[in-house]
Design a protein around this ligand. Structure first.
Ligand code: BES
Ligand code: MN
Ligand code: ZN
Length: 488
């Protein structure tokens, strides 16, 4: 894991690039600079710098009889946290050096934290497989402050979030040859152990014996067997219990319904949902959030082989419903069915599942906007609101009753898809999952359930933007933390 670290100091170390936050108020630049510097406004304006949010400009400033390097960081009118996070990202990319110092006392608390978090997130790099490091990512951000205690607490929060996002990114970026199902399960167990919460893992034999027919069916084509992991974070005094179910396909070839070569590239990202849950639990524990959270990670490798599940096979999901497999590439919903059914048995107050479930999600909403579906409008709205508050775009989509009709099967309770019917593929997948959501403890209808399809947003295939680096994004981790915090 590599992202910049946050340090504290009372004055900016000489060798570090000095960050000068600049607001543009009433059409004039307001520059926060350490005392003793001349008015830098004219020099900055002469470079064409306008103070727009995310704009950067390197300049030399007088320092102890000589000069030192500084970088002006535009923050616009300094009122929008998402703009400030993106500006932090722009700073991390523009600094082009190993260390910067920023005067924290000059900024509003929320804006200051947003800049720091954005810079940390943008400084993430996945370097484990590079024999030569080819870029100059930010390594240190020194927060210059007279209020050490407050700054230390703020730094700890930003670091917790950035560490958790980086944990997800590292797992997702790791090549699939080095991340078989057991290895992903081990990451979850390590995090559980480090944070003192309960964990259980089922191996392939225990899954078969325990009736987890979905994980068994998807995983049986691989020599590296499937796993189910249950993590239970139980803070004292928690009143709400949320179950998180994640898709953890460590590689998705499509199985016997093999993907075309070009569509298979990138399918190491297919475990992003499960990885996100590990990160959420780590951050929730470090932040001491007062909500009980149970994580269910549905982990398998979807491979074609003589032991693989065939189209036409019928499998029995945990809890007894039977599924006719018509396409082995619609494997996510099969493993998630086991996880949702198992999570339901504990009657949580809410089930949220998160999965790189459908290519149709990318068609519908592109690669930055998460699709939110479910059976409970109020909870859907809460998730969308939380996502907006942290700058992770999402959009609510419906599960119209008739889309489920395409899942009728002549031989089983339902089919996992209907070939030849490509309409509303994302909604059909959600309709499939909904069938496995159990009833409330008092029998008054289904448990509240929200489904997040992150197929596009989990991976940034384009260049870095805002505070989002290339590759794995760790998307929805901060949304889920914001949701938990709002309900704690
Ligand atoms: N993992 C894929 C979904 C996916 C596609 C994620 C592209 C990210 C980018 C999923 O398992 C899958 O293959 N879905 C199929 C379902 C279809 C066979 C009903 C799809 O979307 O094509
Ligand atoms: Mn697939
Ligand atoms: Zn998949």
């Amino acid at each position: 894991m590599t992202h910049a670290i946050l340090e504290l100091a009372e004055s900016a170390p000489d060798a570090q690039l000095l960050v000068l936050p600049v607001l543009r108020l009433d059409d004039a630049l307001t520059i926060s600079a350490p005392p003793g510097l001349p008015d830098l406004g004219p020099s900055l304006e002469a470079t064409g710098f306008r103070g727009k949010s995310g704009e950067t400009q390197k300049i030399a400033v007088p320092h102890e009889g000589g000069v030192r390097a500084a970088i002006a960081l535009g923050l616009g009118d300094g009122s929008d946290e998402e703009q400030a996070r993106r500006a932090g990202g722009a700073l991390a990319r523009a600094a082009g050096t190993s260390a910067v110092a920023i005067d924290a006392d000059a900024l509003e608390p929320a804006i200051r934290q947003a800049v720091l978090l954005g810079a940390l997130l943008a400084s993430y790099r996945f370097t484990a497989y590079k024999s030569e490091l080819d870029d100059d990512a930010l390594t240190t951000i020194t927060v210059v402050t007279g209020d050490r205690d407050r700054a230390a607490a703020e730094n700890a929060r930003a670091t917790t979030l950035a560490n958790a996002v980086a944990l997800v990114q590292d797992a997702v970026n790791t090549p699939p040859n080095d991340l078989p199902p057991a290895a992903l399960a081990d990451i979850a167990l390590r995090v559980a152990h480090e944070n003192g919460f309960e964990s259980r893992v089922w191996d392939e034999q225990q899954l078969r014996d325990g009736g987890y027919g979905g994980l068994t069916a998807v995983g049986q084509g691989s020599s590296r067997g499937p796993r189910l992991v249950r993590l239970a974070y139980r803070p004292e005094g928690a009143e709400l219990h949320i179950a998180l179910v994640g898709k953890g396909i460590t590689f998705d070839t499509g199985g016997l319904s093999l993907k075309p070569a070009a569509s298979m590239v990138g399918m190491k990202f297919d475990m992003a949902g499960a990885a996100t849950i590990i990160g959420v639990l780590q951050a929730a524990a470090e932040l001491g959030i007062q909500v009980a959270v149970t994580g269910w990670l549905c982990i398998a490798e979807n491979m074609p082989s003589s032991t693989a599940t065939r189209p036409d096979d019928v499998v029995t999901i945990y809890g007894g419903k039977t599924v006719e497999i018509t396409n082995t590439d619609a494997e996510g919903r099969i493993v998630m069915a086991d996880g949702i059914a198992a999570a339901s048995e504990e009657h949580p107050d809410l089930i949220i599942d998160i999965a790189t479930l459908t290519g149709a999600q990318v068609v519908a909403l592109g690669d930055r906007t998460t699709a939110v579906m479910g059976n409970d409008d109020a909870w859907i709205r809460s998730v969308v609101d939380a996502s907006r508050s942290v700058g992770e775009p999402s959009w609510a989509m419906p599960i119209p009753e008739e889309v489920g009709d395409t899942l009728k099967s002549p031989v089983a309770d339902l089919a996992n898809m209907r070939s030849g019917n490509r309409s509303a593929g994302m909604l059909v997948a959600a309709a499939f999952l909904e069938r496995f959501v159990g009833d409330r403890a008092d029998g008054s209808g289904a448990l509240p359930w929200v489904h997040l399809d992150i197929a596009g947003p989990s991976n940034n295939e384009s260049a870095a933007y805002g505070y989002v680096p290339k590759g794995a994004t760790g998307v929805m981790l901060r949304t889920l933390i914001a949701l938990l915090e709002a309900r704690a």
